[in-house]
Design a protein around this ligand. Structure first.
Ligand SMILES: [Zn+2]
Length: 472
């Protein structure tokens, strides 16, 4: 039940906090601490080892508290600067979460959440913040507490903070689940109406996402209001029951999965052709049985044999009757060598990005070009704004997700194409308002080998983007 710290905590006195190395918190001071951490004394007793484990955990929490304080200061200062630059009040604060994310090597989405957490802790929840600073709460557990207070008014949140964390000893030894239960109880008592508001807010966050699972499978996840989720499952269960009553040999789970695919895509059989799937692969994988893996935009890497079988099936190969007959496969040559190619050189004087080029960018970049952002590409954006002479050609464009495209429009952000692409692929350098520079490199597509991988074949691979379409 509670395997994370029921041990008595009495021997550690919070007043020990603050007796660290003298001097202000600077990058240089932290670097010397890191050097100390790199020299673990192996000649200590086990009791000392256990004390060290605890002290290091507390140091991590204290570091998170310091990051929260610093993030809040950065936010205030950046907002003030944006105000001076004439940014209207409603749009101030744009891009600050992105700066926190880049600095912390997190996705922009998570950067925004971390900044929100920091503001709640530092500004509105001083007791929880102090518990984090004293090492009595981890950043994750502080996040759980803040999340439970999300829908409370500022006054209620203050009361919630005091009741829950004014005496952090009360939280000692509680598992995450127990901590959550206690936080919920306090929040509900303070404001029952907030539970309703909260449910409404949660409903607004409904969404569907896809992520890779092992063995070329994928998890399709729908975050739905509970009634809808139950209804979807009930409908699939019913379909499985009736199919099996009629002698269907598939398992319940298989019928449910097939039915989900059929009803969502509108196709007659789950095994038929998807409405649209894209594959990026080399000519050698496609035609010569090479083992160079292929890529599915929006999913990731798939084994070579699997990819060529998929194409064969979609083409209605003999022996697979009924499958893929009504399929068209479009082959598009992406580029003939890592550094050249028609599409890559395609130049356009127009401001908007033509669909073929946008597709090329989405395929080349695969995910948003902001470092540490995994979101799918939604915009092909000019690296140098079109109004400042940016060109509508592949080298002048980068793929962005919706949120990053917006964050980059805040004042003070600059991007430029990195040093010549070539074998290194397409490089973009982004400069944040504080002058920090971050580099993003387009991922290696099939057919690209780093020199240390050795020479597979002296002839350059041709890369294809295959569009598998169902003919209407
Ligand atoms: Zn992004």
């Amino acid at each position: 039940m509670d395997d994370d710290g029921a041990a008595p905590n009495g021997e550690r006195v919070p007043s020990a906090v603050g007796s660290g190395p003298a001097g202000p918190l600077t990058v240089a001071a932290l670097a010397s601490w890191r050097a100390v951490l790199g020299e673990v004394d192996r000649a200590v007793t086990d009791a000392e080892r256990v004390d060290l484990l605890r002290a290091l955990e507390e140091l991590k929490s204290a570091a998170c508290a310091a990051q929260a304080r610093i993030s809040v200061d950065l936010d205030a200062s950046q907002r003030a600067e944006q105000a001076r630059a004439g940014v209207p009040l409603a749009r101030r604060g744009a891009g600050v979460g992105a700066q926190v994310a880049l600095a912390r090597r997190e996705s922009p989405h998570r950067g925004g959440r971390l900044l929100g957490l920091a503001k709640a802790l530092v500004v509105e929840m001083p007791h929880t913040y102090r518990a984090l600073q004293a090492g009595l709460l981890s950043e994750w557990r502080a996040t759980l507490i803040v999340r439970e207070s999300a829908c409370l008014s500022v006054e209620d949140r203050t009361a919630f903070d005091a009741e829950l964390a004014a005496d952090p000893g009360q939280l000692d030894g509680l598992g995450d689940g127990q901590l959550l239960a206690r936080a919920k109880k306090v929040a509900y008592r303070l404001d029952a109406a907030s539970v309703v508001r909260r449910a409404r807010k949660a409903e607004s966050e409904r969404c569907v996402s896809l992520r890779p699972a092992p063995d070329t499978m994928s998890y399709l996840t729908g975050l739905l209001p509970v009634a809808q989720g139950v209804a979807v499952l009930a409908a699939l269960t019913k379909a499985a029951d009736s199919a099996r009553a009629q002698g269907d040999q598939r398992s319940r789970g298989q019928v449910m999965a097939d039915t989900l695919v059929e009803r969502v895509t509108g196709q007659e059989s789950a095994d038929a052709v998807p409405v649209e799937v894209q594959l990026v692969m080399t000519d050698r994988t496609l035609l010569a049985g090479d083992d160079e893996p292929a890529t599915i935009p929006g999913y990731g890497t798939v084994p070579a044999g699997w990819a060529s079988r998929l194409v064969a099936r979609r083409l209605g190969a003999p022996g697979l009757e009924g499958v893929g007959r009504a399929t068209q496969v479009w082959l598009r040559r992406l580029f003939t060598s890592p550094s050249t190619g028609q599409l890559a050189r395609m130049d356009s004087r127009r401001r908007t990005v033509p669909p073929g080029l946008a597709r090329f960018i989405a395929t080349r970049d695969q995910t948003c070009r902001t470092p540490w952002c995994d979101a799918p590409v939604r915009h092909a954006d000019h690296i140098v704004p079109w109004s400042e002479g940016g060109r509508t050609e592949a080298d002048g464009l980068e793929g962005y997700c919706e949120a990053c495209n917006y964050a980059k429009q805040a004042p003070g952000w600059r991007t430029r194409a990195g040093p010549s692409g070539g074998e290194d692929g397409h490089v973009v350098e982004t400069t944040s308002p504080t002058g920090h520079r971050y580099r993003s490199r387009a991922p290696a597509l099939p057919g690209h080998h780093s020199p240390d991988e050795g020479e597979r074949d002296s002839s350059p691979a041709e890369r294809y983007l295959l569009d598998l379409h169902r003919v209407a």
